[in-house]
Structure formats: C-alpha cells, structure tokens
Design a protein around this ligand. Structure first.
Ligand SMILES: NC(=O)c1ccc[n+]([C@@H]2O[C@H](COP(=O)([O-])OP(=O)(O)OC[C@H]3O[C@@H](n4cnc5c(N)ncnc54)[C@H](O)[C@@H]3O)[C@@H](O)[C@H]2O)c1
Length: 337
C-alpha cells in the first residue's frame, strides 16, 4: 500500500514549531504519511503576496487531505480569513471537535466527553455583509441557513453518533427568536431524527446550552449546531478540558476532502521561543490517521500524548508543566508504550 500524501500547511506564529513536533511524533508512532508542504496565511503574503496561493489550493485538491497549523487573520480590514475561504472552497461543511477530559491536565471537570459538530459554511459566515448607507454609519451581516445545509450537517451528526457509538444528539439553536432561519434548522433536525430511532434526540436554546455546559457538561454527548453558535460553543467546551492548546478539529466535506487543524491561534506572544504546546495539532493528526485507516498509529500517538500530559515534568508550560516543545515531544514518543 502506498502512503497517502497530505498537504501540510505549517501556518504562522508557533505553527512551524508545532508542525515539526507533530510530523516527528507521527513518524515515530508508525504513521505512514507523505507530506507535501504548502504556504498560507501571513507567511504566504510575505512570500507570494497572496494569503492562499493557487499552488496550495491545487495541492489540497490533488491530495484531498490536509493538516493545518494556525493562520494569522487580520481583524477588521485586510484579507478575508483563509480558514473560512478554505472551508468554503472545499465545501468542508462539517467541523468536528471532540472534547474529552485528559487526566492530569488542570481543568474544572473530570467527566467531559462530548463532540461538537458545527456547520461550517453557512450562517453569518456566508460572507454576505455590507454597509447600508454611503456614510458607513450602519452595516448588516446576513445569516443564511438552507434546508440542504441543515440536513447534511444534522445527518453527519447522527451518522457520527452511530459510528462512534454515541447515544444522544442535541441540536442547539435560537429558534424562539430567529424563527425562520433557526426554525428551519430545528424543523430539519426533528425530521432527520425520525430516521435514527436508535439515537436519542433533543434540542436546546443556545443561551441555556452555554449555562448547562459549564454546570453539567456530562449531560452532553454529540451537539449539532449552526456556524456561529458552534464557533463559540466549541471554544467554551475546549475550556472545560484545559483550553485550546489541547483541542483538535476536523473539517470534512462530502466530496471526500478532509482538513485537520489545531483550533488555537498563532500565539504570537510565544512564537519562536520553543515552548508552544503541540497537543492540539498532534490530536488533530491522530484524527487524520484514523481518517486514512491508520488506527494503530493513531492509538499509539494518543497513548503517548495522554501519558506525557499526565506528568508536570513532561507537559508544557501553558498547562502548568516544565517541558518545552521538544522535551514534551520526546516524552510523547518515549511513552507510546
Ligand atoms: N485556526 C486558526 O488558524 C486560528 C484560530 C484562532 C486565532 N487565529 C489567529 O491567531 C492570531 C492570534 O490570536 P489570539 O491571540 O486571539 O489567539 P491564540 O490562540 O493565538 O492565543 C491565545 C493565548 O493562548 C496561548 N496559546 C495558544 N495556543 C497555544 C499553544 N499551542 N501552546 C501554548 N500556548 C498557546 C497564546 O500564547 C495566548 O496567550 C490572530 O491572528 C488570529 O486571527 C487563528
């Protein structure tokens, strides 16, 4: 069997440091991936005057598989988020973020085990916004929710629940106020749920969900929601298990394209110091290995990560540990077992 080729976008800030650590750990775990490096983000603007060069798009198109570090996005003006463009370009409609308590990692809870399935292409992120007068004194952003987009993400959530042997899907919305757009999402969810009698289904308003997540996260199993709520709630849930530094994500499209990414940003405050925590990207890489059927390597990688995080001597400073990126990576590899 030939190794799958994956596009590797190291990204900006701490991206190259955590990408190097992750590529090393994958190889040591027995993961057989051929990496094809490509540029995006601020680094690509410097090098190619383009935050998303055509060569990068072509590489992902060809490989249908990518691992991506964080990319700097200018706030307000400047270029459009490359993350959002990539998701739309490859129709990566499902953003999947598993969140699990990691023993030893300081956090408020010991019993979190849930997954957020976020719709990735519609809602307020559809890019439909404009000033409504010539003086630019007011602007509007339009949330687009379609039955097609709703159905495919909700079906994905139920299929994921079945595949991962989960018991319940909770649909999160604000249909009490946004009666048309969120009402469409909720109605579609109720219809789809009838096709999955083996999976429990309920729905919850987003504000109540935020409160319940921080009071009793163990109540949740798979959450499916629209783009904006999913964006916010998935960072909230990462906070339940130790923060963004340990959170992985997958972006999956219908056409078979899949992009795995660290969900944290470029951490400019610590870039270049060799102290970044590569766990988020490593766990995303474990999802990539599962995706291409290299389950043994994925399990080995997760085992090493779990063991290295359990010990303050081997985990990184952001988690109260003493290790730098290289020492942590050495420990992950040593502790594969
Ligand atoms: N997926 C992405 O590409 C993505 C996501 C979020 C932010 N960003 C971009 O990143 C830049 C900085 O954003 P920000 O400062 O709001 O968020 P950030 O996630 O980069 O940093 C927030 C804090 O968390 C720390 N941190 C983040 N990741 C860490 C890691 N792996 N190890 C140790 N500490 C870590 C940082 O040092 C910082 O103190 C912005 O340009 C933003 O647009 C990109």
């Amino acid at each position: 069997m030939t190794n799958p080729t994956a596009t590797l976008i190291e990204g900006d800030g701490i991206g190259p440091e955590i990408a190097a650590a992750t590529v090393r750990a994958i190889a040591a775990a027995g993961g057989a991936i051929t990496w094809e490096r490509a540029d995006a983000g601020a680094g690509a603007v410097e090098k190619h005057r383009d935050p998303l060069p055509q060569a990068t798009i072509d590489s992902i198109k060809k490989n249908q598989l990518a691992l991506k570090g964080p990319l700097a996005t200018p706030s307000g003006g400047g270029y459009r988020s490359v993350n959002v463009t990539l998701r739309q370009q490859f129709d990566l409609y499902a953003n999947v973020r598993p969140v699990q308590t990691i023993p030893g990692v300081p956090s408020r809870f010991t019993n979190v085990d849930l997954t957020i399935v976020r719709e990735n292409t519609e809602d307020l992120y559809a890019g439909v916004e404009h000033y409504i007068d010539s003086r630019r004194s007011a602007a509007e952003s339009i949330a687009i929710i379609t039955r097609f987009g709703s159905e495919r993400i909700i079906v994905y959530a139920f299929e994921y629940a079945r595949r991962m042997e989960r018991k319940k899907v909770t649909l999160v919305h604000k249909a009490n106020i946004l009666k048309l757009s969120n009402g469409l999402f909720l109605d579609t969810g109720r219809d789809v749920a009838k096709r999955y009698p083996d999976i429990e289904f309920d729905d919850m308003i987003v504000d109540a969900t935020a409160m319940k997540l921080v009071l009793m996260p163990e109540r949740f199993d798979v959450i499916v929601t629209m783009n904006l709520f999913g964006d916010i709630l998935s960072d909230l849930t990462a906070g339940l298990v130790g923060g963004l530094g340990v959170a992985p994500a997958a972006n999956i499209g219908d056409a078979g394209c899949a992009m795995f990414e660290a969900v944290h940003g470029t951490a400019p405050d610590i870039a270049g110091k060799g102290i970044a925590n590569p766990t988020g990207l490593m766990l995303s890489a474990a999802m990539l290995l599962d995706h291409v059927g290299q389950r043994d390597a994925a399990a080995r990688l997760r085992k090493g990560i779990k063991a290295a995080l359990a010990n303050p001597e081997t985990r990184t400073g952001d988690l109260g540990g003493k290790a730098n990126t290289q020492q942590y990576t050495d420990a992950v590899i040593r502790l594969f077992g």
